[in-house]
Write a protein that binds this ligand. Structure first.
Ligand code: XUL
Length: 531
């Protein structure tokens, strides 16, 4: 195995930095992780971030991300990770966060000296010491400005894939430009977290990739070029500071000599463009063609979809450029009411027992006799429902105060998946098969309803650290494209990867019952959204 080639995926997330090394048979041969709060306590972060007093501003010190690289690479070397066999590296960054580099940063990157730490050498590189991250929601004013300038939220969504969102980088840039014009002026390059980590590896400014670039409200998702009107609305000379967008499989340079001497990497190792954590998770979940979708069932539920033709919407989800297929798209739809809401219903109606829950489910039929429920324990994002509560309707659409326990346990699952089907359909997701991941994916009652509502088979498999693993897959994919001197389909690169296990096939008659319920569900939902 001495000539075995390895591929490294790094994931700079909100809370820490992870590494996953895979071989060409997709086996994970080494992993490592560090946590910003506990491994770098001097930055005094909470969950990797600083939450400011206004309750809206959330930032992280970019020098902490630099220090984390020193620490992780030193640890990997000490643990004798076979870094000399790594032929390509790619990676992931929490989406939307920005890194502001001043004049002189490029020289520091180019001249990285293995006798010193990255932290020492990058200490003076930042024009903004506190990078805004995705948890920041302080830019409502800038979002309204952008929507007004571009012709409304749907117009912004049509152009950039999402309506203006507070955490999206363009709005964050506009805020910093307005609040600190001097800092803006001093800035030579604005990177995303993803492209910044890649910059440290290649020792130069690495470009933003199209998939993570879609989380900025600045890039045309179809042409993958900056929308000049959006740039002009945010700040002057922005195109220059952002540089050009590249497809996600692009090699962005050779690994800088800093890492060969210091950590034992081979000098031929290349770096493939880094991307956002959600795009990398799409790759890590091995979604390969239009119609592949994954539903991650966790505290919040997230739907990842691979799609050929998007229909962006001002009211639901995000469309990004696809990280593994330059002509395709990915959709991301997040729900706040996920496992905690399902567990709340289990606790109220099934004595906290999933077994009792499953027994209760057998007492009702798909479609629940026409009863429909909306379980909004937390203010919901998809669709936006701020007023929390449980809203139940009988078969004639009349509000009722409660359901019998056997109706209640079915209503929450049917409601959640009808909502997913309806909103995912609105933005162009047409599932051919579903991969269910996350805690609740082992629950048969849950995957049965999921399969019947969507009318497609459901596969299951837990994929922990999907962003780091997806980065390693993308390193392999990008490397194959370089070796073959042309684009190789991701599916071809991934052939031979382990298959996920099929959990259920849809029941045709149950599916047709759900088809008949969709319109009624959407109509009731409209009423709830309207308050
Ligand atoms: C996606 C988003 C988060 C971050 C978390 O739009 O804001 O998922 O990417 O890392």
């Amino acid at each position: 195995m001495s000539d075995e080639r390895l591929f490294l995926g790094l994931d700079s997330s909100t809370q820490g930095l992870k590494a996953a090394l895979i071989n060409s048979s997709f086996e994970v041969v080494y992993t490592s992780a560090l946590n910003f709060d506990t491994d770098l306590p001097e930055f005094k972060t909470d969950g990797g971030a600083h939450h400011h007093e206004d309750g809206l501003t959330v930032t992280s010190p970019p020098i902490m991300w630099v220090a984390a690289m020193d620490k992780l690479f030193d640890r990997m070397k000490a643990e004798k990770a076979p870094l000399g066999k790594v032929v390509a590296i790619s990676g992931s960054g929490q989406q939307h966060g920005s890194v502001w580099l001043r004049d002189g940063a490029r020289d520091a990157l180019r001249g990285l000296d293995p006798a010193k730490s990255l932290r020492e050498q990058m200490a003076e590189a930042f024009s903004v010491a506190d990078s805004p991250i995705w948890m920041d929601s302080s830019t409502t004013e800038q979002c309204l400005m952008l929507e007004e300038k571009l012709g409304g939220p749907q117009k912004v969504a049509d152009l950039t894939g999402s309506r203006a969102y507070e955490r999206f980088t363009g709005n964050q840039i506009a805020k910093i430009h307005q609040a600190s014009p001097d800092k803006y002026k001093e800035t030579q390059c604005i990177s995303l977290v993803s492209s910044f980590i890649a910059s440290m590896l290649v020792g130069d400014y690495a470009p933003i990739d199209a998939s993570d670039g879609s989380g900025m409200n600045l890039m045309n998702i179809r042409t993958k070029k900056w929308v000049q009107e959006a740039l002009d609305c945010c700040a002057p000379d922005l195109a220059f500071k952002l540089g050009d967008v590249v497809p996600s499989h692009t090699p962005v340079g050779k690994l800088h000599a800093y890492y060969t001497g210091k950590h034992g990497f081979d000098s031929s190792c290349i770096v493939i463009a880094f991307s956002g954590d959600n795009p990398n998770s799409l790759a890590g979940l091995r979604l390969q063609k239009a119609g592949d979708i994954a539903i991650s069932l966790g505290t919040s539920d997230t739907v990842f979809g691979f799609l050929a033709e998007p229909t962006p919407s001002e009211s639901e989800g995000h469309i990004f450029a696809n990280p593994v297929a330059p002509d395709a798209y990915m959709a991301l739809v997040c729900y706040k009411n996920g496992s905690l809401t399902r567990e709340h219903v289990r606790d109220q109606s099934a004595n906290g027992s999933w077994e009792e829950y499953r027994n209760l489910m057998t007492k009702t039929k798909p479609g629940n006799g026409g009863s429909i429920g909306f379980y909004i324990k937390e203010p919901e994002i998809t669709p936006p429902i701020l007023k929390t509560g449980m809203f139940r309707f009988d078969q004639s659409g009349k509000p009722v105060d409660s359901f019998a326990p056997e109706v209640e346990v079915r209503a929450v699952l049917e409601g959640q998946f009808l909502s997913m089907r309806s909103h995912c359909g609105n933005i162009g997701i047409k599932p051919a098969s579903i991969l269910a991941t996350g805690g609740a994916s082992v629950n048969e009652a849950v995957v049965r309803v999921m399969s019947d509502v969507f009318g497609v088979p459901v596969f299951v498999g837990d994929q922990p650290d999907s962003a780091a693993l997806g980065s390693a897959y993308r390193a392999l994919h990008g490397w194959r494209c370089v070796v073959e001197e042309s684009f190789v389909p991701f599916a071809e690169t991934m052939s031979g990867a382990p298959e996920f296990k099929k959990a259920v096939d849809p029941d045709k008659s149950a599916h047709s019952v759900y088809n008949g319920m969709l319109a009624k569900y959407a109509e009731l939902e409209k009423k709830i959204v309207a308050g």
